[in-house]
Design a protein around this ligand. Structure first.
Ligand code: PLP
Length: 401
């Protein structure tokens, strides 16, 4: 006879949490030197020296104390100037908070709007940490899947806004959009942003716009269309940003949130309750990242990603079972593999046998979605020789399918 489960104070949303597919695959060979790891969203570059030096200097100068929980004045002012340069929007300083990493900024935004029993609509495919964070906050997650149109002259991802609107009801508290998207590289057009904002205003639904890849775009623009350009200062719009990607600072755990102005006091308390602010010396590194030298480094990073994207394109040109919708932004290849039905097991076998690490497509959407399961994701913000070797190994494994 089975023993009854012990009574437990653990919330069902926590008890039900499962490891996501990226974690399941990467844990098989994390750190093993013969594996070409393309599974995580980071470049292989170390943070540039001028940023590291700024953080070291801060430590040597004794900057080891608490700061304002919303981030130092200097950092928030530098963020304001960054937005002025990139999206030509002059934000009120009271709308900027640096709670810690962008992931924490996502959590803070969710904490503002979601209670257990509410739901949030997430444009997918999407990085799993996002919808798991919403589940942790007690939300039911609904997916509005981008449609992949392969038949068009230029294959592209398309968001059907009417289908997204149809997912919303009285308990919908937020719509989450990531543009440029992880894993698709899709960029949400301005007219759709405006339509979404109009709908959200009418229905009292918040928009959480993840713009951590905002400056990583390949058509020469300074920034992908941003909700910051169209939202009023008290719209329920939260824009997430991060130092992790453009400045190669994933390990620093620092990013920021632009939020409704009227929540300035609440943000102070939320930042205090979650982490009592971001790490002090990391904030000094972040200020250096936002300098002219940091802009030059961002340009180098974008150039590196452009080479990576071309390396993948060249490989795909010679393949007949692997294809992609060429990404317009971010630094991922979301590769469709004909004949692969179970991306998690494919990715596990790939790392065990071919020694190349990829993220399974199934991780980026609801369990059992057969469309997403035909994809794998690779990160191409890497040395192009490593990408090439990794792709050759992938090509052989796909031939053997
Ligand atoms: C879409 C998206 N949002 C947020 C983050 C997290 O950024 P951070 O490292 O600042 O927590 C990532 C990291 O992969 C991401 O892809």
């Amino acid at each position: 006879m089975q023993r009854p489960a012990p009574k437990s104070p653990i919330r069902p949303a926590i008890a039900d949490l499962q490891a996501n597919g990226i974690g399941l695959v990467s844990s098989l060979a994390l750190g093993e030197p013969d594996v070409i790891a393309l599974w995580f969203g980071e470049s292989d570059l170390v943070t540039p020296a001028f940023i590291r030096d700024a953080a070291k200097k801060a430590l040597d100068d004794g900057k080891t104390f608490y700061t304002n929980a919303r981030g130092t004045f200097h950092l928030r002012e530098a963020i304001k100037q960054f937005h002025k340069r990139t999206v030509e929007t002059d934000l009120d300083l009271e709308r900027i908070t640096v709670p810690g990493a962008a992931m924490l900024a996502v959590i803070v935004a969710l904490q503002c709007v979601v209670e257990t029993g509410d739901n949030i609509v997430v444009v997918s495919p999407v990085w799993p940490n996002i919808f798991q964070a919403a589940e942790i906050c007690g939300a039911e997650v609904r997916f509005a899947r981008l449609e992949d149109d392969w038949k068009a002259a230029t294959p592209h991802w398309r968001l059907d806004l009417d289908k997204l609107f149809a997912q919303c009801d009285a308990r919908t508290k937020a719509i989450f959009v990531c543009s440029p998207g992880n894993p698709t590289g899709w960029i949400m057009p301005r007219n759709q942003q405006q339509d979404l904002l109009n709908f959200a205003r009418k229905k009292n639904i918040a928009i959480i716009s993840d713009e951590v890849y905002g400056t990583l775009v390949y058509d020469g623009r300074k920034h992908a269309p941003s909700f910051l350009e169209i939202a009023e200062e008290n719209d329920d719009v939260f824009v997430i940003n991060s130092f992790s990607k453009p400045w190669a600072m994933t390990g620093w755990r620092i990013g920021w949130l632009v939020h409704p102005k009227r929540l300035d006091t609440q943000m102070w308390m939320l930042a205090a309750a979650n982490n009592t602010g971001a790490t002090t010396f990391a904030q000094w590194g972040a200020i250096a990242a936002l300098s002219a030298q940091g802009d030059a480094f961002r340009a180098e990073m974008l150039a590196r990603c452009r080479v990576g994207r071309e390396t993948v394109q060249k490989f795909l040109d010679a393949q007949n079972r692997i294809r992609w919708i060429r990404p317009d932004g971010a630094f991922y290849g979301f590769l469709h593999i004909d004949g692969m039905k179970d991306s998690l097991n494919f990715a596990k076998d790939l790392v065990r046998n071919a020694r190349v690490g990829v993220a399974p497509g199934s991780a980026f959407g609801p369990a059992g979605d057969p469309n997403t399961d035909q994809f794998i994701r690779i990160c191409f913000a890497q040395d192009s020789r490593r990408i090439k070797t990794g792709l050759e190994r992938l090509g052989k494994a796909v031939s053997a399918l």
